[in-house]
Design a protein around this ligand. Structure first.
Ligand SMILES: Nc1nc2c(ncn2[C@@H]2O[C@H](COP(=O)(O)OP(=O)(O)OP(=O)(O)O)[C@@H](O)[C@H]2O)c(=O)[nH]1
Ligand SMILES: [Mg+2]
Length: 692
């Protein structure tokens, strides 16, 4: 079994949006004969980009797992989306992978998306390979891409290969390790050719650099290299492997996925340089009972332990739970313990996910991505284990959402169905957030970007048959007062039989911001009997739900009930409630009512060169900068900005900073809307209310 584990690789394919990750993954599957034809993203034949929302957009939205065998090694991989909107999937995949294959576009070079996934791979200390793809495209530039890996990613690239020919003349690859050159046919088969004469000199220079890197990875090797000036082919491989695993440098390969160029060499490199689960060593978690740290090596004979990094909601087939196994062997038709939910879960067939499809297996062990269906309680982020050996692996915080839309059912009355269906989609996508705003009565859906929300809405329709419209959320304005007054609220109705009588005197005055509502009972001498006083307060609270200024909730008000009168027969709780409400409504308008708006605390992080621009923009949005902190080359700007001005902040920040800026915002407090603006807003709110 141990030998088998040494021959297992677990890899996440990452890179910026459109770099060619899925195409490279399809090419690997085809080269290894795991698929019978080369799947393409562009015509929807990819087995990895198979969801309707992915096919429509020609992009990856969800992480997709697959596996294949290559030269006695089992390679389990996960293809990830590059788009910012779906970065949560990518981060989850990097968390559970043993290594990363970073796909860089030879035309675009290193982009912001590459930097983001690189930083995450760095956080998890994942050994990496870089594959420079699209070598045959116009303006492909291998040297520039390598330069950017060095300058922007601050990595130490070691060239294992050199391209032969540029752009449309890209013909093949010089393998600097074996010092051989190859061309490739459409099946990916490599044919050896002579190293072109014009490349020889540079190839030799690059190879000697590569030997230096290999030798420096190990004390024994460096000694031998210094003494003999040579290393055996095995020693070169060993040195490169050690250096890659230690993160001293990153091997660089190249090719063109749709042409199958370089794919077989890439697969050889995955086997040769990327870690086995044994190389990665134990995972560390916490025993939930004793709180002691637990370390589990990737031992097939050890206690079972797996981490759920993905859940797929299916209205018909039920939930599919996808996990990475760290220790032990899991068998079909058995059960495991969910340490987070403290419950046993039974399951039937065990699967290996294969993109669109899945393969039934009897058992699976460390290093493998596996799946089971129809678990009852397990969700993404849970650790599966044995009850006798409980362990919880750390789950990352879900990312902060950056856009919010109001979702409105297309057919009225579907609100509850919309809410419950979205809640099920959140099972498979924890980067979504769902809430109801009691004041605006809207269902709010937050996510990582507009495309994220739109794709979610499409999924909602496809999976649950629920159709919704997306709207800009309403701003939850509130009202308050600036002045004070004394007012009588009197309700009297006498028309034969028993009448109604309630009479109150109220003093209405403002409270400081955030003061809410205060009711003071100053009735003396029983001018209003005790049992009617709570009814007065109730009437006022009800009147405050919809202020007389703009129909918004009223806050920060103190009302003192200081006088009144009653009638032996006609007074009732109802009469005093109406009297209180009438008094408040009348007095309210005399107290200089004014409109309040929510102010957000924004934390905007941008590279230094954008700071002036971004601060200017925040000021233009009626923002108030509270302070700026530096974090390396990044500036972290904190500002208070009215929510009404930042409902569409995310796309604006992205376009102003070329995707380099990020932000978070949270509610801070309420402030008065400037008078000139308030007039417009009040008119608008009134118009909306009339429409309803
Ligand atoms: N010319 C050329 N086009 C390529 C190559 N590799 C991929 N493409 C094309 O580039 C586009 C994007 O490829 P994908 O494989 O979807 O890229 P990706 O990195 O998976 O994209 P996301 O998952 O959406 O981030 C598609 O139109 C591919 O056909 C290549 O080597 N050469
Ligand atoms: Mg893709």
């Amino acid at each position: 079994m141990a030998g088998k584990l040494d021959h297992l690789r677990n890899v996440a394919l990452v890179g910026h949006s459109g770099a060619g990750k899925t195409s490279v993954a399809e090419a690997m599957l085809f080269a290894a004969k795991a698929t019978s034809r080369l799947g393409k993203v562009d015509d929807g034949s990819s087995v990895l980009d198979f969801e309707a929302e992915e096919i429509k957009r020609h992009i990856s939205i969800a992480a997709a797992c697959h596996h294949f065998d290559w030269k006695k090694h089992a390679i389990h991989f996960v293809d990830t989306p590059g788009d910012d909107n779906f970065l949560a999937e990518t981060r989850a995949a990097l968390q559970v992978a043993d290594s990363a294959l970073v796909v860089v576009d030879a035309v675009d070079g290193v982009k912001v998306g590459t930097e983001k996934v690189w930083a995450t791979a760095e956080k998890y200390k994942l050994p990496r390979l870089i594959f420079i793809n699209k070598m045959e495209r116009e303006r492909a530039d291998f040297d520039k891409a390598v330069r950017e890996v060095r300058d922007i990613l601050k990595a130490k690239p070691v060239l294992l290969q050199m391209p032969i020919g540029r752009e449309a003349d890209f013909k093949g690859i010089v393998d600097l390790v074996a010092f051989k050159a190859y061309t490739f046919d459409a099946s990916g088969k490599a044919t050896e050719i002579a190293i072109p004469a014009d490349l020889k000199e540079e190839a030799e220079a690059q190879r000697s650099e590569l030997l230096n890197f290999a030798a420096e990875s190990d004390d024994v090797l460096i000694e031998k290299y210094l003494e003999e000036g040579q290393l055996s082919p095995e020693e070169v491989l060993q040195g490169l492997r050690l250096g890659t695993l230690a993160g001293n440098f990153v091997p660089v390969l190249c090719g063109a996925a749709p042409q199958m160029a370089g794919i077989s060499l890439l697969l050889d490199a995955i086997n040769a340089y990327l870690p086995s689960p044994t190389d990665r060593g134990p995972v560390t978690g916490v025993n939930p009972k004793t709180k002691a740290e637990v370390s589990l090596p990737p031992d097939p004979d050890g206690p079972f332990c797996a981490y759920v990094f993905k859940t797929v909601a299916d209205p018909y087939a039920g939930r599919l739970t996808i996990f990475r196994i760290y220790s032990g062997i899991l068998k079909s038709d058995s059960s495991f313990y969910n340490a987070n939910k403290e419950t046993m879960e039974r399951f039937g067939q065990l699967f290996l996910p294969e993109g669109k499809g899945q393969k039934s297996v009897e058992s699976a062990g460390p290093g493998v991505f596996a799946a089971v269906a129809k678990l009852k309680e397990t969700v993404t982020g849970d650790t599966l284990c044995e009850e006798a050996n409980p362990i919880i692996l750390p789950a990352p915080e879900p990312p902060k959402t950056v856009v919010t839309f109001a979702v409105e059912p297309k057919s009225r009355g579907d609100e509850d169905k919309v809410y419950s269906s979205i809640a099920r989609l959140i099972e498979e996508d924890p980067s979504l957030k769902l809430s109801r705003n009691a004041e605006t009565k809207e269902i709010l859906l937050s996510g990582m970007g507009q495309v994220h929300i739109e794709a979610t809405v499409e999924k909602l329709k496809r999976k649950f048959g629920v159709e919704v419209n997306l709207k800009t959320p309403k701003v939850p304005y509130r009202e308050t007062i600036k002045g004070r007054t004394k007012v009588q609220g009197k309700y009297k109705r006498q028309s034969g039989g028993r009448g109604q009588f309630g009479d109150t005197w109220l003093e209405i005055e403002p409270l400081p911001r955030g003061g809410g509502f205060e009711f003071v009972d100053k009735i003396v001498g029983g001018v209003i009997p005790k049992q009617y006083i709570p009814a007065v307060e109730k009437g006022i609270v009800e009147a405050m739900q919809e202020g007389e200024l703009a129909g918004c909730p009223v806050v920060d008000v103190k009302v003192t009930l200081y006088d009144g009168s009653f009638h032996e027969v006609d007074s009732s709780e109802m009469a005093f409630k109406i009297a209180g409400s009438m008094g408040f409504k009348k007095g309210y308008l005399a107290c200089q009512p004014t409109l309040l708006e929510p102010i957000m605390l924004m934390t905007v992080t941008v590279p230094e060169e954008f700071m002036g621009d971004i601060i200017g923009d925040l000021n233009g949005r009626r923002g108030r900068v509270l302070g700026v902190d530096a974090d390396g080359n990044l500036q972290i700007i904190k500002a208070n900005v009215p929510l009404a001005e930042v409902l569409h902040y995310q796309p604006d920040l992205t376009s102003k900073t070329g995707g380099r800026g990020t932000f978070e915002m949270e509610f801070s407090h309420y402030e008065e809307v400037p008078p000139a603006m308030a007039e417009k807003v009040i008119a608008q709110l009134k118009a909306e209310r009339e429409k309803e």
